[in-house]
Design a protein around this ligand. Structure first.
Ligand SMILES: [Zn+2]
Length: 152
């Protein structure tokens, strides 16, 4: 005998799935991140063909598709090329808003890297301002080994 289930209201629960995972950053990103962690230096990679200097480093030049092999240090000083102020607290933003996110072009680099600006007052952010990295006390080999950039 089967029970008659017709007419039963479906009950729907909303939930999420937590999927922990590990992945290898690759040899290029690993070299960049270990330099941040162990030497507090920001490394870049230069294209031997077109001369572009990439930060974060790129294994292959996206301009001319040449494999990049020339490592160098850039910065630590840089210039803010653009910024935005996050004012809505979202799950992806770990800091308490407002948080200033900026593109920083380090001295010697052709590209800008995205990071936080460490400012007491977001209205002090300006394109063209000179900044320097503030490194974290406890570094673990992530981009957050740089806490952010502060006025130089
Ligand atoms: Zn190139």
């Amino acid at each position: 005998m089967c029970a008659d289930l017709s007419g039963i209201e479906p009950v729907i629960y909303k939930s999420g799935i937590n999927v922990p995972y590990h992945w290898w950053a690759g040899d290029t990103a690993s070299a960049f991140l270990t330099a941040l962690r162990d030497r507090q230096t920001i490394t870049a990679i230069k294209c031997g063909s077109c001369g572009m200097v990439f930060v974060p480093p790129r294994k292959t030049c996206p301009q001319c598709f040449t494999p990049n092999t020339q490592w160098l240090e850039v910065g630590p000083l840089g210039t803010v090329t653009a910024f935005t102020v996050a004012r809505k607290q979202l799950a992806a933003i770990k800091d308490t808003v407002p948080v200033v996110f900026a593109l920083v072009k380090l001295d010697g680099a052709s590209t800008s890297m995205l990071h936080k600006l460490l400012l007491q007052n977001p209205s002090l952010a300006k394109a063209g301002m000179r900044v320097k990295p503030r490194f974290a006390q406890d570094r673990t080999g992530t981009i957050l080994d740089i806490q952010g950039f502060e006025p130089a």
